[in-house]
Design a protein around this ligand. Structure first.
Ligand code: ADP
Length: 553
């Protein structure tokens, strides 16, 4: 073949190809615009004629313009028609799409689905997700909607393809967000469960403690109540209602005020409101009206209940019936009073008889007997002191410790007591250096009694170091009289109690006789002189007992 011939042939072939291409483009354009209903495809098996049923112009324009891809396949899966959206989806020109089998444009994993679809006959808007393979080999997820069409050539398929890329992306973002959300939700759920557990536990604890409290409160023999921090009553136990005979409403209308004895009411209210202000424990004895109208003595205690931060939550009060105890103490006091009174007369006579005997001459009363008389007199002296103390205690109890008062020179009072003590306790070094004169108003015998009690104790509780010093000084508007010893001393807990009636320190090795009345009587005497009494002491380091008395102007 000559070169010229070859060129001519090639040019002819090119022309032919150009012609075919133009023809194909015209055909496609004609189909797309609805100008033709049929066309011929030149395949390996020769030319084939394809027709489009219902080739309605409007319909085609619509298909052409829509956002979804639209294709039609024959029964062999060859693409008979494609709109330009589908060509954009796969990234191929229309002329390369028409005549291609659809399976060439989908991902291998979607082939099985597609083959199944091809075998079906009556599909109508059947939907499936598959993946297209684009010309750049990237993939695109699409939702295909398939309907079987009865074309003249047999069954074929109309497929509308919706690009799912955006949805898939959104779905992915959504699913990522969903996972995050799910994790957050699980965390929240966990927290919530924990919280619920805690709340449940706390509620259980609370209800347990509330139940316990109610059970306890209603079953103890005491009257119990609670007050809010401002003093308002908000609970009374069953014992209150049983005792007072008041109903719930009556209690909250009238409350305490009607139950407390009128003589005790003002002091009770005063002391309780003091506690409310200071936050200190409220404690006092008063009488509560029983449901039959009689009164019984009660010991009240109200304790402030605080939370961990020290914030006052409420007051818990109890009233214990001490009427029987008080009555039996009163009986004992009465008995002591009567017995000591009864003892006093025979003692005085005994003392007088002894004095008579001792006044007899030696010839009449043998020396031996005289010695006995002296001993008997000393014992009677002790007995008399004891009886006098007992009498004083019962007088104090009955509020009958009366005495007359005069102006007294303190130096003189202390000096005479020191002198007395010097005679009584020759082994002891009892000293007093008088200071400037102070005058107080009081009863000489009673104040001497107090002084002697302090000196007697200083001697009694100082077995080794026998130095005892008395001192008078001025403290603000009061005169202080102090008795200092170097004896066994007292602990602070003992100090708190020694002024109580009949209290004696019994937990130490040291033993001394006594009934625990001296300091109690002394304190009461000093109180009735508008003074105070106290002690500074340390175990094994001596004590200083003192009284503070107002000077008379
Ligand atoms: P008593 O008759 O027992 O001495 P008081 O009322 O005079 O009674 O004293 C009460 C208690 O105080 C005594 O039992 C004693 O333990 C203690 N007491 C009093 N004075 C002193 C002191 N100077 N030194 C140590 N203890 C003392």
């Amino acid at each position: 073949m000559s070169g010229e011939k070859l060129q001519e042939e090639l040019e002819a072939e090119l022309r032919e190809l150009r012609f075919q291409l133009e023809e194909a483009n015209d055909t496609i354009e004609a189909i797309r615009t609805g100008m033709v209903d049929a066309f011929v495809v030149h395949g390996q098996e020769g030319h084939q004629l394809y027709t489009l049923k219902s080739a309605d112009h409007t319909y085609r324009v619509l298909i052409e313009k829509m956002g979804e891809g639209a294709i039609t396949l024959n029964k062999d899966g060859v693409i008979l028609y494609s709109n330009s959206r589908f060509s954009a989806m796969v990234g191929l020109p229309l002329e390369k799409i028409i005549g291609k089998t659809f399976n060439e444009l989908i991902l291998g994993s979607s082939l099985e689905d597609m083959n199944w679809i091809m075998q079906q006959k009556g599909l109508n808007d059947y939907k499936k997700e598959i993946n297209l393979v684009k010309s750049d080999l990237s993939t695109m997820p699409v939702l295909i909607s398939i309907t079987n069409l009865s074309l003249e050539e047999g069954i074929s398929l109309s497929i509308v393809l919706t690009d799912l890329s955006a949805q898939k992306e959104a779905q992915q973002v959504l699913s990522a967000k969903n996972t995050e959300l799910e994790a957050a939700r699980n965390e929240a759920l966990k927290l919530n469960n924990e919280l619920e557990d805690t709340v449940e536990e706390r509620t259980r604890d609370l209800s347990v403690s509330k139940e316990h409290f109610m059970l306890l409160a209603n079953n103890i023999p005491q009257i119990t109540w609670t007050n809010l921090p401002d003093g308002q009553f908000n609970f009374f136990n069953q014992r209150w209602f049983d005792y007072t005979g008041l109903s719930f409403d009556q209690t909250f209308d009238e409350g305490w005020a009607n139950v407390i004895h009128p003589d005790d009411l003002i002091e009770t209210q005063l002391r309780f409101s003091q506690s409310l202000t200071t936050g200190e424990v409220f404690e006092m004895e008063n009488r509560y009206k029983y449901n039959d109208g009689s009164y019984r003595w009660h010991l009240n205690r109200s304790i402030p209940l605080k939370d961990e931060s020290g914030q006052l939550l409420f007051w818990v009060g109890t009233a214990t019936d001490i009427d029987d105890q008080r009555k039996s103490i009163e009986k004992k006091d009465e008995f002591i009073g009567i017995a000591s009174h009864e003892l006093k007369t025979p003692l005085t006579s005994l003392k007088a008889y002894l004095q008579l005997i001792s006044s007899y001459k030696k010839e009449v009363v043998p020396e031996q007997v005289k010695t006995f008389v002296v001993k008997a007199e000393s014992s009677i002296g002790k007995l008399q002191t004891l009886v006098n103390d007992l009498l004083d205690v019962s007088k104090i109890q009955a509020g009958k410790l009366h005495f007359s008062s005069v102006d007294i020179d303190v130096n003189e009072l202390v000096r005479s007591c020191t002198e007395n003590a010097g005679y009584m306790y020759p082994d002891y070094d009892i000293t007093f250096i008088a200071t400037e004169p102070y005058i107080i108003n009081g009863n000489v015998e009673r104040l001497e009694q107090v002084m002697m009690n302090m000196i007697n104790n200083a001697v009694k509780y100082s077995p080794v170091n026998k130095d005892i010093t008395l001192a008078v000084s001025k403290e603000a508007d009061k005169v202080k009289i102090a008795v200092k010893d170097h004896g066994i001393g007292l602990s602070s807990s003992q100090v708190d109690k020694i002024f109580e009636r009949f209290y004696r320190v019994d937990d130490r090795n040291f033993s001394a006789s006594g009934l625990g009345m001296g300091l109690y009587i002394s304190m009461e005497i000093i109180k009735s002189h508008n003074g105070t009494m106290g002690v500074e002491s340390e175990i094994n380091n001596g004590s200083t007992f003192y009284v503070l008395l107002p000077t008379s102007s």
